[in-house]
Design a protein around this ligand. Structure first.
Ligand code: ADP
Ligand code: MG
Length: 702
């Protein structure tokens, strides 16, 4: 009913007007009634109890007391001029101070009278005092009124707003007007059966109580209702989009499991698949039989064996007459996939081709022909392979490695490569907590490989302080003598590339000094180098010509050098958790025991310590991602920054995960029973979906 009222421009609210409206828009992005309604208090001040003066400590938050004024005087001059009033109860005396409005306050407050005082205690000249308390003459009525307003909302405001009398109190007044005059009855937007099932209070009651709680338990009920509503509507829209996508995009049907797949499985696969690998293959098999385009995100730690799953899915596509490709973010990675896949399938099984920026014109032309004729079934490359010139006969299955570098736009470019868009499998080694993933990737289904192949030796991680550096050098020597290779990584100092290089150079100098081994060589890779130089240095290391690779973080994600068994991270405290985990993932790929050494100074922030401790404690990427999420909040997790989905107003993806899962499940059940939302009890959801209430940026959802 009042969905339109929600969208009323804020200047139409009584007490706002044009100039206040402008400042509200500018400072708090409050444009409409709804925006103001959803400007929630950031805390509540407890006015349920009265303190005794003797119990008042300067550390206390806002307190309320009953006291009689006993004395007043104006002290100081000019800048130090202040009004000091003494107030007393049966336990002691407290000083009240005013620096502004002295004249008025002095005139209004009467010595000998009792007042209800409210303010924040502090210290001044060694005495407890209160500056600018709110004062109200004591009376039984006043007391009653206070008793009703038990929790007082506190709103974020700004200096600018305060100039327009829109401090917390001022905003509170506006919200009172809004609720009393404009939004007496806030329409419900959830079906009754859901309200009953989750024991929710009504929307109207919830908004009233979030601003002006009757008591703590009502406040909690309001929070619960509004959080649930927010998460529920988010999931409703996400899953609705997914359903629409499924209706809109037909998918190729892979009806058979044929020779390529079977032969590979029986004759070529050099190991048994892990259970998660089998499960993901089943999921993909299921997806590709439905006649609906698959969009699947495959998450799995480095080394969990995503590539073979991708390859086997591609063979399935080929068995059904389609072409396939793998797209990697860099040439090095494309190259590596090319080598790996060629090795896995063997020489005379099927042709595998590579297409990158470095592919010669002649080779490129030949590739183009073979793709157009449909002769070539497996192409691996960088985004060179989605350029417009590259035409496929019938591209049916696309694998994208390291998803966050490919935006939605690039994905949709792929869809247009075929009249029926190809199935898409996006692989990432950056685990994202499940709750975050399901919110972030609206139209993607999610598969997880959460188990490493058997027999893998977990990487051992230690944390060394600067004074243990010699031990570290000793360890490096020992490993190099065994024939292993070592990475030494320095953090990138964004503000100063010079400092970066200096850090790196100092490190190398110390190393050569402390490290008089006759026959070891160092590769150096840093941001200032040209791509060709980098590649050259990388290749020397890959070929084993150098034993140590010193680098800023520019070393490629996912580079696979099985003989490298030690990762040393300098100034490890400067890296984020997911970065540390990514870096560590570059070792532990061979048969040998691998190690990760985190070097740090003694000075560590609390968070820095948690990060390093976490790394030492666990190798599990999902566990690490959870802790990362808790430390940094959802907006800072890799790849999520641009996502408007995370602008949740009241729910929190970290602390409200349980509720999110419940809301998600609830929405799934609804769509299972009533995919078109035609049942009478679900009509209200159609309105909620169309309603502009709750300004989430839907266009940003991928
Ligand atoms: P990811 O791409 O997930 O980091 P890869 O696919 O590169 O991992 O696999 C890492 C290594 O593990 C490869 O050498 C691969 O051949 C091997 N591997 C994959 N699956 C298995 C398995 N089920 N058993 C043993 N080794 C496996
Ligand atoms: Mg990989």
């Amino acid at each position: 009913m009042n969905s339109q009222v929600f969208q009323t421009p804020i200047e139409y609210l009584k007490g706002v007007g044009l100039s206040r409206a402008e400042i509200l828009k500018k400072e708090l992005q409050i444009f409409s009634f709804e925006d103001l309604l959803r400007h929630f208090p950031y805390k509540y001040i407890d006015r349920t109890r009265f303190y005794k003066i003797k119990d008042i400590q300067p550390e206390l938050p806002y307190v309320q007391l009953l006291a009689r004024l006993t004395h007043k005087e104006i002290l100081g001059e000019k800048h130090t001029r202040r009004l000091v009033i003494q107030a007393q109860d049966d336990t002691g005396i407290i000083e009240l101070v005013w620096f502004q409005g002295i004249k008025w306050v002095e005139k209004t407050l009467i010595i000998g009278k009792a007042y209800i005082l409210f303010g924040k205690p502090g210290y001044f000249n060694g005495k407890v005092q209160m500056a600018h308390p709110e004062m109200e003459p004591y009376s039984t009525e006043a007391l009653q009124r206070k008793g009703n307003l038990t929790l007082q909302p506190a709103y974020n405001s700004t200096e600018k707003l305060k100039q327009f009398s829109l401090d917390s109190k001022g905003l509170q007044k506006l919200i009172t007007v809004l609720l009393e005059q404009q939004l007496k009855d806030i329409h419900e937007n959830l079906p009754l059966y859901i309200i009953n099932r989750f024991k929710l209070i009504s929307r109207s009651e919830a908004y009233r109580n979030i601003h002006f709680p009757e008591d703590t338990s009502k406040l909690n009920e309001a929070l619960y209702r509004l959080k649930f509503e927010e998460l529920f509507l988010l999931q409703l829209k996400l899953l609705k989009n997914k359903l629409l996508h499924n209706q809109k995009f037909k998918g190729n049907v892979f009806s058979i499991v044929g020779n390529f797949f079977n032969q590979f499985y029986q004759d070529k696969l050099p190991f048994t698949l892990t259970n998660p690998q089998k499960r993901v293959l089943k999921e993909i098999r299921h997806d590709t039989q439905r006649g609906v385009q698959m969009n699947r995100l495959l998450q799995g730690d480095v080394g969990s064996g995503k590539t073979v799953v991708a390859l086997m899915s591609m063979l399935l596509a080929i068995d059904n007459g389609f072409q396939t490709c793998i797209m990697a973010p860099t040439e090095i990675l494309a190259n590596q996939h090319f080598q790996t896949i060629k090795e896995l399938v063997g020489d005379d099984f099927i042709e595998v081709a590579l297409l990158t920026g470095s592919t010669s014109k002649k080779a490129r032309n030949l590739l183009h022909q073979k793709l157009e004729s449909g002769e070539l079934k497996i192409l691996i490359g960088t985004h060179a392979l989605i350029e417009d010139k590259v035409q496929y006969k019938n591209l049916g299955f696309v694998v994208i490695d390291e998803q966050h570098r490919f935006g939605v736009e690039q994905r949709s470019k792929l869809w247009r490569k075929n009249s029926i868009p190809p199935h898409i499998l996006v692989m990432t080694a950056t685990p994202i907590p499940r709750t975050l993933a399901m919110t972030l990737y609206g139209d993607l289904d999610i598969s997880v490989i959460d188990e490493l192949p058997a027999g893998r030796k977990p990487i051992q991680t230690v944390h060394f302080y600067e004074n243990q550096r010699l031990r570290m050098f000793g360890f490096m020597k020992q490993e190099i003598t065994k024939g292993r290779q070592i990475y030494v990584v320095y953090p990138l100092i964004q503000e100063s590339e010079k400092l970066d290089l200096k850090n790196l150079q100092d490190g190398i100098d110390t190393m050569s000094h402390e490290f008089p081994l006759p026959d070891y060589k160092i590769s150096i890779v840093h941001g200032k180098m040209k791509p060709a130089e980098k590649q050259f240095e990388m290749n020397r290391f890959i070929k084993g010509e150098t034993q140590i690779m010193v680098a800023t973080t520019v070393i490629e994600v996912g580079v696979n050098i099985p003989n490298a068994s030690v990762m040393i991270i300098e100034n490890a405290e400067r890296f984020g958790l997911s970065q540390l985990h990514q870096l560590r993932g570059r070792v532990g790929r061979g048969a040998e025991q691998s190690y990760c050494i985190l070097m740090s100074s003694h000075k560590l922030s609390r968070e820095g310590r948690i990060r390093l401790d976490t790394m030492v404690k666990t190798n599990n990427g999902f566990e690490i991602a959870e802790i990362d999420l808790q430390l940094r909040g959802p907006g800072n997790i890799d790849g999520t920054q641009q996502s408007g989905v995370l602008d949740l107003k009241i729910a929190n993806l970290v602390t409200d995960q349980e509720l999110l899962l419940q809301a998600r499940k609830c929405v799934e059940d609804i769509f299972e029973k009533d995919p078109q939302l035609v049942l009478p009890e679900n009509q209200i959801l159609n309105y909620s979906l169309q309603s502009k209430d709750q300004g989430l940026s839907w266009n940003k959802i991928s």
